[in-house]
Ligand binder design. Structure first.
Ligand SMILES: Nc1ncnc2c1ncn2[C@@H]1O[C@H](COP(=O)(O)OS(=O)(=O)O)[C@@H](OP(=O)(O)O)[C@H]1O
Ligand SMILES: Nc1ncnc2c1ncn2[C@@H]1O[C@H](COP(=O)(O)OP(=O)(O)O)[C@@H](O)[C@H]1O
Length: 208
């Protein structure tokens, strides 16, 4: 019997089919690939490319995209600091469940605050949290402005926009950092290759 948060008198329910059995079934190891970076840095594009590459190799992954989750699970949240923190906490908990299900869970959110990302890392056992930093210059993200939001933020029509008048705290140490080389951005497929190679080398795509 235990107390967790606001719940009292609750019990942890065990089931005979566990993570180990699910991983055996799927021939892979559950983990979370957490993609962080500015709006327009290419998080969703990378998430989709990794998802497609894994699918082509017969590996099961699932994308948790910040924008999409704000249409449902997180539709009660805005962009104040405490809302962003709650957004990341919830997605971290969901990602943990997907990893426990045996999937490669690809979470793609701005997740601007280091402490929130670190809290998600701490939720995952055995360092199964792979942080990918889309380290793209603000100028590039702003020049892309796929949704026209930077323009609105510069015009003062959106307040608290990350990178403009709200902070982004880059990771101090992450597993993978994606950067431009000689001012050129790699293709989404090449970036995905870097992530998938990492997963392969660390044994996430092998029989368990
Ligand atoms: N104020 C403000 N700041 C940043 N982003 C904003 C804002 N308002 C709306 N948007 C749009 O919301 C998307 C980011 O959602 P996230 O859930 O990833 O944000 S966060 O992690 O809680 O910071 C983000 O999507 P991406 O461009 O895919 O990053 C924006 O399209
Ligand atoms: N590697 C890349 N090379 C060129 N353009 C890219 C690359 N990655 C993303 N883009 C483009 O940049 C824009 C923003 O990408 P997106 O994946 O939506 O970023 P985010 O999810 O971080 O907001 C889109 O128009 C996308 O096509």
């Amino acid at each position: 019997m235990s107390t967790v948060g606001n719940s009292t008198n609750i019990f942890w329910q065990e089931c005979p089919v566990g993570k180990f059995e699910r991983q055996k079934l799927l021939h892979q190891k559950g983990c979370v690939v957490w993609i962080t970076g500015l709006s327009g840095s290419g998080k969703s594009t990378l998430a989709c490319s990794v998802n497609r590459e894994l699918y082509s190799r017969g590996k099961l992954s699932y994308i948790l995209d910040g924008d999409n989750l704000r249409h449902g699970l997180n539709k009660d949240l805005g962009f104040k600091a405490e809302d962003r923190t709650e957004n990341i906490r919830r997605v971290g908990e969901v990602a943990k469940l997907f990893a426990d299900a045996g999937l490669v869970c690809i979470a793609s959110l701005i997740s601007p605050y280091r402490k929130d990302r670190d809290a998600c890392r701490a939720m995952l056992p055995d360092s199964n949290f792979i942080e990918v930093f889309m380290n793209m210059p603000l100028e590039l993200c702003e020049s892309r402005d796929a949704k026209g939001l930077y323009k609105l933020a510069r015009a003062g029509k959106i307040k608290g926009f990350t990178g403009i008048d709200d902070p982004y705290e880059p990771p101090l140490s992450c597993e993978i950092e994606i950067i431009q080389k000689d001012g050129v951005c790699a293709t989404p497929d090449d970036m995905a290759g870097e992530v998938v190679t990492y997963l392969e080398e660390k044994g996430y795509l092998q029989d368990q």
